[in-house]
Write a protein that binds this ligand. Structure first.
Ligand code: NOJ
Length: 553
């Protein structure tokens, strides 16, 4: 074996060993920056969702979703806004693809509106060919521009009819209705779409839709509603995965995953066992609720224990957390080709007992309190603090808990409150992207299997119960103008630079500088012109000196 090959082998071995090392939770590398690039083929993109961006809420045969109805009720949404028009993405998708192309995106994540395809929720009733055509055109144009579509089947917009007739996700019949919808999408789009996400952030659908009522359909079934909804959602996810696996996979060769939102939970006191357990419970009740059945076959033990015990104390005969039969467990386990992770923020967690009683809810079942450090930056949404190191911890948690699955980061980003965004200079967003993407790079170095990153979001858009008051976009959208023009914020240039460098190869590439022409000019003067002139001067001086010395001797 040549020396070169031996060295290569040794290098590969070192890489393997370091990648397989477990994440050291006690090490504090929170402040350090890691220079390096992502593996070749790493996929960069941004995303949005149907209800948040499309508009055209009652056009071309679309049926109503629970969000159309919810947003039209007074007092549900900030300033009573609705997404009736939003970004008018239904009409402007070609312009948007031009923006993506300019940023050299590898993928774009969007969702299909179920009631745009089945206006009454049910296949037997009516298939809306105009809705199909819209998504056909969108997919085709993305592919023509070498942008891979990553398609979510459910981003919260359940057909209203299914809610009225059956109670939506409280009812087991949703499993088959959703499967029919997904099956039609595979049939009509699956020749071109290779990345499917069944559900986006089912935690929100379950908790905010059926427990707190802040989201559509606005039910407040405390202590039971969220668990029941989640139970049906998990079964629906598994059924759709099996449908793809048995009917489409061999022909279409795509992947089916789910996208879970998860904050990281850090113990307030890392030497206190009760805080450590409370922090783990926080993550288990959040992401583990969905991920553990899908990867390991059943709900997290800690959820079964806590909810079971509290239900018994309430005098209930069975747990408020539904139970999977053994056949269901086998059917659900392993139904994930890739895991989508949506991550925005972190909380400190400490233990707190909530005595069981009639006031039981998902939140009190966890026996914990969430805290934040007031020094954490929070430029926009009140829940969103920038805590980059939590991202790396979360990704490592996923790696160890679920057998190092293939991960796509399906959402990550930061918002600003409407009044702050007048000048498009979103330096805090550049800082957020820089720090979070860097933590993702460190996680890759830890051996986490991340394949792609989706900035959230491409455009400012309807932010659910917050209406248009929280802007997550790389592009500013002027909602007051009928044409909904898009304007690039400074972070567009910054994200573009990360994409073109495939990470942070050196110091020069990482500065979130503001990209106005003057700054770029000054950067050129200081970084190129000054060193070049200096080098030339030194060379000239050396030559001059040589001549001088020759003359003397
Ligand atoms: C997660 C949701 O999936 C997305 O629609 C929303 O815009 C972000 N959270 C930010 O709140």
């Amino acid at each position: 074996m040549s020396l070169q090959r031996m060295l290569k082998l040794l290098y590969a071995l070192v890489l393997c060993v370091s990648a397989n090392e477990d994440f050291d939770w006690t090490k504090n590398e929170r402040g350090s920056f890691y220079y390096g690039t992502f593996p070749t083929g790493f996929s960069w993109g941004a995303g949005g969702s149907a209800y948040q961006t499309e508009g055209a809420w009652d056009k071309d045969g679309k049926g109503m979703s629970i969000w159309d109805v919810f947003a039209h009720k007074k007092g549900k949404i900030f300033l009573n806004d609705t997404a009736d028009h939003s970004c008018e993405g239904y009409y402007k998708f070609k312009d948007d693809i031009t923006l993506m192309k300019d940023m050299k995106f590898n993928h774009y994540r969007f969702s299909i509106s179920w009631p745009r395809i089945f206006p009454n929720g049910i296949k037997a009733d009516h298939i809306n060919e105009k809705g199909i055509k819209y998504y056909d055109d969108l997919i085709n144009m993305l592919l023509d521009n070498n942008i891979t579509p990553i398609v979510t089947l459910y981003h919260w917009d359940l057909p209203q009819v299914l809610h009225e007739k059956y109670g939506g996700w409280q009812n087991a019949s949703m499993v088959n209705y959703f499967n029919d919808f997904a099956n039609l999408c595979f049939e009509r789009f699956g020749d071109r779409v290779k990345y499917w996400i069944t559900f986006n952030n089912p935690w929100s659908s379950a908790v905010e839709g059926y427990e707190t009522g802040e989201h559509a359909p606005g039910l407040k079934l405390k202590g039971t509603g969220a668990y029941k909804a989640a139970h049906h959602i998990i079964k629906a996810h598994a059924k759709v995965w099996h449908t793809y696996d048995t009917q489409w996979r061999s022909k279409q060769k795509g992947l089916v995953g789910i996208s879970l939102l998860a904050d990281w939970g850090e113990p307030v006191d890392i030497t206190n066992q009760r805080d450590i357990e409370a922090a783990e419970r926080y993550v288990q009740f959040y992401m583990g609720w969905f991920a553990t059945p899908i990867f390991n076959g059943d709900y997290p033990q800690v959820m079964k224990d806590y909810i079971g015990r509290k239900s018994a104390q309430q005098g209930l005969g069975t747990s408020r957390l539904p139970v999977f039969s053994s056949q269901e467990k086998t059917y659900i386990k392993g139904t994930c080709d890739f895991l989508g992770i949506g991550h925005f923020t972190t909380r400190y967690i400490t233990q707190k007992n909530y005595p069981s009683g009639r006031g039981n809810s998902y939140f009190t079942d966890r026996d914990l309190v969430e805290l934040v450090d007031p020094r954490w930056p929070d430029p926009g949404s009140e829940w969103l603090y920038s805590v980059p190191w939590g991202f790396r911890r979360l990704l490592n948690f996923v790696k160890t808990q679920y057998g190092n699955p293939m991960i796509y980061v399906t959402e990550n980003g930061v918002s600003e409150k409407v009044q702050r965004c007048t000048d498009l200079c979103d330096e805090w967003r550049m800082q957020y992207f820089k720090d979070y993407i860097n933590e993702m790079l460190k996680a890759l170095k830890d051996g986490v299997n991340v394949k792609g990153y989706t900035a959230w979001s491409l455009l400012d858009k309807f932010e659910w119960d917050e209406g248009f008051s929280e802007r997550f976009g790389l592009f500013y959208v002027d909602f007051l103008n009928k044409n909904k023009p898009r304007y690039p914020k400074a972070s567009v240039q910054y994200y573009k630079r990360i994409i073109s460098s495939n990470g942070f190869p050196n110091q020069r590439e990482v500065q979130p500088i503001l990209f106005d022409p003057l700054t770029s000019h000054m950067e050129m003067v200081t970084e190129i012109v000054v060193p070049t002139v200096c080098t030339l001067c030194i060379l000239l001086a050396a030559v001059f000196l040589m001549f001088l010395l020759r003359g003397r001797f």
